[in-house]
Design a protein around this ligand. Sequence first.
Ligand code: ADE
Length: 236
Amino acid sequence: MRIDILTLFPEVFSGFLQGSLLGAAHCSGLIDIRTTNIRDFSTGTHHQVDDRPYGGGPGMLLMPGPVVEGVEFVKSSDPMPSHVVMLSPSGRRLEQSMVEEFSKKPRLLLLCGRYEGFDDRVREILQPDEVSIGDYVLSGGEVAAMVLIEAIARLLPGVLGDPTSALNDSFSGDERLVEGAQYTRPREFRGLKVPDVLLSGDHGTIAKWRLEQSVQATRRRTHTLTNTTPSATSRS
Ligand code: ADE
């Protein structure tokens, strides 16, 4: 799989891409991730990429020229078609089912914004798939792009040492259950013992117990989510 990242801050990706999981995936040719600086597509002596919004308002917007031209250039560098994803708080909220879909694409092009966002003509021209990693605002799309890349990479065949790990992840499978309690050594820690069933060696009973734990953890989570009502009066 190839992933292109368009950003004003390519340097923030270097440590992340060299880290254990992605570094190894890159070395073994399972994933090819490249960064491109949007500023390289700015014109003018000051390499300006942002400007004030028409009609007034706070902050600066990314100008359409460098973004659209950068995306067109990166797309044309490889005949493989790419699915363009714009990281933005106004996108559809990222879920594991979307990560699974993305992991099947041969090529992704991730567009990271900064400042107050993009001139809207970027959306009109590129028609990107807009994705948010949650209902909060980051200073740019870079961290969101890293979240997406890490979630995708785990699903690519050969990236995880044990291919069954991703199958057991929370939110995978048709039921979208979260993982239940798990234990490792020691058998007893500060008076808390590993449940006997896990030491029984009875794989059928262990599988049943784990499923029950997952269902309970999912119920607890759903209960917490549905009982956290958004405050309608938070703005005064
Ligand atoms: N850029 C700024 N905030 C973001 C968010 N919540 N998700 C994705 N991209 C963003």
